[in-house]
Design a protein around this ligand. Structure first.
Ligand code: BES
Ligand code: MN
Ligand code: ZN
Length: 497
């Protein structure tokens, strides 16, 4: 679907669907008023009838309205003037879902005219575009028929004047670039695990490198990793017929001298738990255990589309965790790339082993900051539910990430990572174990990772609760692509100043 922005008068606009806001209190803003007058009060009559629901995002569709050029009017109940980002987006998502169910091939929206106490037109347009991209997202590559295919193929955000037009244009372009990353991330996450193997992910990285001149991609195979001494990552990989891959996508948008931000994604393409095997119920969802990696891909795509003026490296450790005659076992002691030894007490705590070596390896890029992203612990879902990703590590970096989450509607919340938690990893045979027990399980996983990021400015994002499901469906959400892209936008702005 193509997006555009322009200025136009609503009554004379030729479009399949003219989208107009109605305020929470029933009031009409400029364009809605103009259309009401042109249609001899069709809008006020509709509101009076009670057909338009009171909840933000409720819609009603009017057809064959005399006095205007549009085929339909889609009235949308607007948000409260002080609505939060997430509520605003949820309302717009309902409205865009209703739009997609009409037969309209194109639409022209005046929704930004509803205004907001805190958000400017750029932000309002941004949220509208994200909601639209979300409502029209499909994952039907593996369906033999597509009854649900979208008919809508053009969407225009219309401004009332030149100055709001410039802001709307900015917000739209920004959101569209970011949503291209979100969609890529969702596609990868949703891809079934018999397709989405480590080597397939490496192919996706190579493809991204081909798409963008500013991106250089390198892929390491198992033999290389073995030779380098990645005993932790390679142990997890051993039980699978699908060989592991470690990849780096280096985006250079800033000067050569500028140190990059390195993003490290957990790419467990399927997590059976290994010898410490998981129960069967909902095990299929462990295809989403590569959503940290998917987020890294999505951010790299967004950053390249935005042409951000900073340097970013995306690192992905891709393995499959399987039980097998040659699989690693509880009790094994592994020597990681860092030289530190790890006693395996549970082969289902595999993500931290993959990340351990990927994090150590990341130091070679001389980063200004390292951020890892992982569906790491069920305990994180218990702690924060599905609304916020957990963030822990360097306090300043954590604060910046929480703020970026707030500003992008992709929320995160900090958990403490005091050294005290490391004691839960004590081992009598190795330097430490991979298991911290159930108290503070999300944090002890972070504490484990902190052993591999000494001397680095580092933060860890646990996305086990946020990577899926999405709006009630067993689909990848594309989180936290928006949070991370927002953060990198602030990094790029700061480096320019
Ligand atoms: N990928 C899982 C974490 C997970 C579980 C994410 C459920 C989302 C939903 C991870 O590899 C895992 O199995 N973690 C264990 C760790 C435990 C053995 C210390 C967990 O959370 O149970
Ligand atoms: Mn696991
Ligand atoms: Zn896992």
């Amino acid at each position: 679907m193509r997006l555009s922005t322009r200025t136009a008068a609503p009554a004379t606009l030729k479009t399949g669907a003219l989208i107009l806001p109605v305020a929470a209190d029933g009031g009409l803003s400029g364009p809605s008023n103009a259309v009401d007058r042109a249609t001899a009060g069709a809008i006020t009559a509709c509101i009076k009838s009670g057909d338009l629901g009171k909840a933000a995002g409720a819609t009603v569709c009017l057809r064959h309205t005399d006095g205007i050029k549009a085929e339909r009017i889609l009235l949308v109940r607007a948000h409260a003037p002080d609505a939060e980002f997430t509520d605003l987006e949820t309302g717009l998502f309902s409205a865009m879902t209703a739009l997609a169910k009409t037969g309209a091939r194109d639409a022209a929206s005046f929704l930004t005219a509803a205004g907001h106490e805190k958000f400017d037109n750029a932000t309002l347009a941004h949220i509208e575009v994200c909601a639209l991209r979300d409502a029209t997202y499909r994952f039907d590559a593996h369906k033999s028929t597509r009854p649900d295919a979208a008919t809508l193929d053009r969407y225009a955000l219309i401004a009332e004047d030149k100055s709001s037009g410039a802001a709307i244009k900015r917000g739209t372009a920004d959101a569209d670039a970011i949503c291209s990353g979100v969609a890529l991330s969702r596609d990868l996450g949703n891809t079934p695990p018999n397709v989405c193997t480590p080597e397939w992910l490496a192919g996706q990285a190579r493809a991204l490198g081909k798409d963008h001149d500013a991106m250089r991609v390198t892929v390491l195979d198992g033999a290389r990793m073995e030779k380098l001494g990645m005993g932790a990552l390679m142990a997890v990989a051993r039980g699978s017929r699908n060989p592991p891959r470690l990849m780096a996508m280096q985006y250079q948008g800033g000067s050569k001298k500028q140190k990059p931000v390195v993003l490290v994604g957990k790419g467990v393409t399927f997590d059976t738990g290994g010898i410490s095997i998981k129960p069967s119920a909902a095990m299929d969802e462990m295809k989403f255990d590569m959503c940290g990696a998917a987020a890294v891909f999505g951010v790299m795509q967004a950053v390249a589309a935005l042409k951000l003026k900073c340097n970013v490296v995306g690192v992905v450790g891709a393995v499959e965790n399987m039980p097998d005659g040659d699989a690693y076992r509880p009790g094994d002691v592994l020597t990681s790339l860092s030289g530190k030894t790890i006693e395996v007490l549970n082969t289902d705590a595999e993500g931290r082993l993959v990340l351990a070596d990927a994090l150590t390896w990341s130091a070679r890029f001389k980063p200004s900051a390292i951020i890892d992203i992982a569906t790491l612990t069920g305990a994180c879902v218990v702690a924060l539910g599905r609304h916020a990703s957990a963030v822990m590590g360097d306090d300043v970096l954590c604060t910046e990430l929480v703020l970026a989450g707030q500003d992008s509607g992709d929320r995160a919340w900090q958990l403490p990572l005091w050294p005290d938690y490391k004691k839960q990893l004590d081992s009598v045979v190795a330097d430490f174990s991979n298991l911290g027990g159930s108290p503070g399980g999300a944090i002890t996983a972070g504490a484990f990772l902190s052993h591999f990021t000494e001397d680095q400015v580092w933060a860890h994002l646990d996305i086990a609760g946020t990577a899926w499901p999405h709006r009630g469906r067993k689909w990848a959400s594309g989180r936290p692509v928006r949070l991370l892209t927002r953060y990198l936008q602030t990094v790029a702005e700061a480096s320019r100043a």
